[in-house]
Design a protein around this ligand. Structure first.
Ligand code: TPP
Ligand code: MG
Length: 574
């Protein structure tokens, strides 16, 4: 039997090391399903919603560094992939999406389920093309795969169901030579120029993002030579926060006051591998210099004196050798003292409160951090779980932390946990889920037992879209349309085949989390947490103070004075 286009696709993916395709099937994907029967080394990861497929593939790619694949059937099937693919693209992870399409003879005739995927996926991909005839194979597929891997993002290949069924060109070969990541070296003279600027500076701060991945030793040594505190953006946490005496925490909306001040008080800011988006957290007066692999990120948020298009590792090492010795360390020492104080304050908030009911989420995260393994992969939902993860999860260079930190989509944590767990079946994978986030894609709890993925879910069941509720209060609104009427998630999970434990008192938490982690299969701990626990911004801006006062006045006038007392208890105004 001649090999079909679908066979050639699956054979090529297999050659490239792909071991699974995440998706929901549909008739335009039938050729692919059939081919998978002949390539048992490539599994079909049967999820309940295609958005989960895209998030899961993205987490798999983030956890392994290798190409991951998802698929959706024509029209609505592949439309459901889109939000997850935006997340993959913004997380800079290599993902190939197979968007099955309506029969080629019907395109443009407003056929059943017709959409125009090459237009729809354009914005969330580096590459998006339609396979119109088998003669484009295997080159079109190769180009898609190489673009995803080489540019670290999404490539979409749109395939009408009938084209997938046709014969592949005679002699088409499924081999796919591996594509290695190149080293990006700075242009001649640039490191010297940067050294000159930094040698003239009195108070340097480093702001590090995910681009410092693989450059931990070089960046820490550079900070030492410069006597510079290291602030990180969220995606930098897992790569730079650990084993780092120069760490002064995170900055940004959910950051630490010490991170904020180290940024604002420096005279020179060196941005390393970060596209930190919040301009009002960048200093206005400091000299800013930047190193990034993406030339488009240089000077995108703020004017810079010098931008170097290169890998951080390739710059940090040689730069350190050019830094003059014996720099004044007072700025660094002050920033570190500030950090120690901020850290103590945060740790205090995570202390157990006896038998407390409902629990406070800082304590929950602290216990999860304590009981998790040294190489756990954590995922955290957008919303307050991302805040608790930033503040209370300890990284060590082996643990991973995956989230939707650039795209900011809710409901990311469960699907990303599924993706990471499939790639590392023997490793502990822990999802910190919001109750809003969990219920948005809750059907895919079923995927864990069905696909044999022993993920551990910790649900912060605060009965509200908490982060938005806080934003409403900060802006002076009475909080509305945020409450969630929830069931007992542990009972639901048990019904689905999980170990399900509901925790309503803090003295029961540790045993519950330990039991879930020890369970040989998926487990969910539904923790009833405080609704009004506050995420204190690193620096309350004047408008926010006004906003809270306005909210407080409105709340008292409408008979909700108790809430104001609770806010005071949560130390909002200290
Ligand atoms: C898909 C999507 N819809 C809406 C939002 C806006 N949003 C951000 S956080 C959040 C609340 C999350 O609630 P939950 O998962 O319960 O977490 P909590 O903040 O309560 O801990 C919302 C609605 C978003 N970021 N993404
Ligand atoms: Mg919630």
């Amino acid at each position: 039997m001649a090999q079909s286009v679908a066979d050639l696709i699956v054979a090529t993916l297999s050659q490239a090391g792909v071991r699974r395709i995440w998706g929901v099937t549909g008739d335009s994907l039938n050729a692919m399903n059939d081919s998978l029967l002949r390539f048992p080394e490539v599994g079909w990861m049967h999820v309940r919603h295609e958005e989960v497929a895209a998030f899961a593939a993205g987490a798999e790619a983030a956890a392994t560094g290798q190409l991951a694949v998802c698929a959706g059937s024509c029209g609505p099937g592949n439309l459901h992939l889109i939000n997850g693919l935006f997340d993959c693209q913004r997380n800079h992870v290599p993902v190939l999406a197979i968007a099955a399409h309506i029969p080629s003879a019907e395109i443009g005739l407003n056929y059943f389920q017709e959409t125009h995927p090459t237009e729809l996926f354009r914005e969330c991909s580096h590459f998006c093309e339609m396979l119109q005839t088998p003669a484009q194979m295997p080159e079109l597929l190769h180009r898609a795969m190489r673009t995803a891997i080489g540019r670290q993002g999404v490539a979409v290949i749109v395939i009408p169901g009938d084209v997938a069924l046709q014969d592949a060109p005679d002699g088409a070969d499924a081999s796919f030579p591996p594509l290695a990541r190149p080293r990006l070296l700075p242009a001649a003279g640039q490191v010297e120029q940067l050294a000159e600027i930094l040698n003239d500076a009195k108070a340097v701060t480093l702001l590090c993002g995910a681009g410092v991945d693989g450059a931990h030793a070089e960046v820490v040594a550079l900070a030492d030579a410069l006597a510079a505190p290291i602030v990180h953006a969220y995606r930098g946490k897992e790569f730079i926060e650990w084993d780092n005496p120069f760490d002064v925490g995170m900055t940004g909306l959910i950051g630490f006051s010490s991170g904020y001040h180290a940024m604002m008080e420096c005279d020179t800011l060196l941005m390393l591998g970060t596209d930190f988006p919040y301009r009002n957290f960048l200093p206005d007066k400091a000299t800013i210099v930047q190193v990034d692999r993406d030339p488009g990120a240089l000077g995108r948020r703020t004017p810079i004196r010098l931008g170097i298009h290169a890998d951080v590792k390739e710059v940090a090492g040689p730069l350190r050798a050019l830094i003059k010795p014996d720099r004044d360390r007072r700025f660094l020492d002050k920033a570190r003292q500030h950090y120690a104080k901020a850290r103590d304050g945060l740790d205090e908030l995570a202390a157990p409160r006896d038998g407390e009911k409902p629990l406070h989420p800082q304590y929950v995260t602290r216990i999860v951090d304590e009981l998790a393994n040294a190489d756990t992969i954590f995922t955290a939902d957008v919303g307050t779980p991302a805040v608790w993860a930033a503040r209370y999860l300890t990284m060590n260079g082996r643990r991973r932390l995956i989230g939707s930190f650039n795209h900011g989509s809710m409901a990311n944590a469960l699907p990303q946990a599924l993706g990471a767990q499939a790639a590392f079946p023997g490793r502990q994978v822990v999802s910190l889920s919001g109750d809003g986030g969990l219920t948005m894609l809750m059907g895919d709890l079923l995927t864990a037992p069905q696909m044999g993925l022993p993920v551990k879910l910790i649900v912060f069941n605060n009965g509200t879209l908490g982060f938005v509720q806080l934003e409403q209060k900060a802006a002076g609104y009475l909080d509305t349309n945020v409450s969630l009427k929830n069931p007992d998630f542990a009972a639901i999970a048990r019904e689905m085949g999980f170990l399900g434990i509901r925790v309503t008192r803090s003295d029961a938490l540790r045993d519950a989390v330990a039991q879930a982690f020890a369970h040989d299969g998926p487990a969910l701990v539904d923790v009833v947490t405080e609704t009004t626990e506050l995420v204190v911004p690193p620096k309350l801006k004047m408008e926010q103070v006004k906003g809270f006062s306005l909210y407080a006045a409105r709340a008292v006038m409408s008979g909700r004075g108790d809430e104001v007392l609770q806010l005071a208890r949560a130390n909002l105004f200290r």
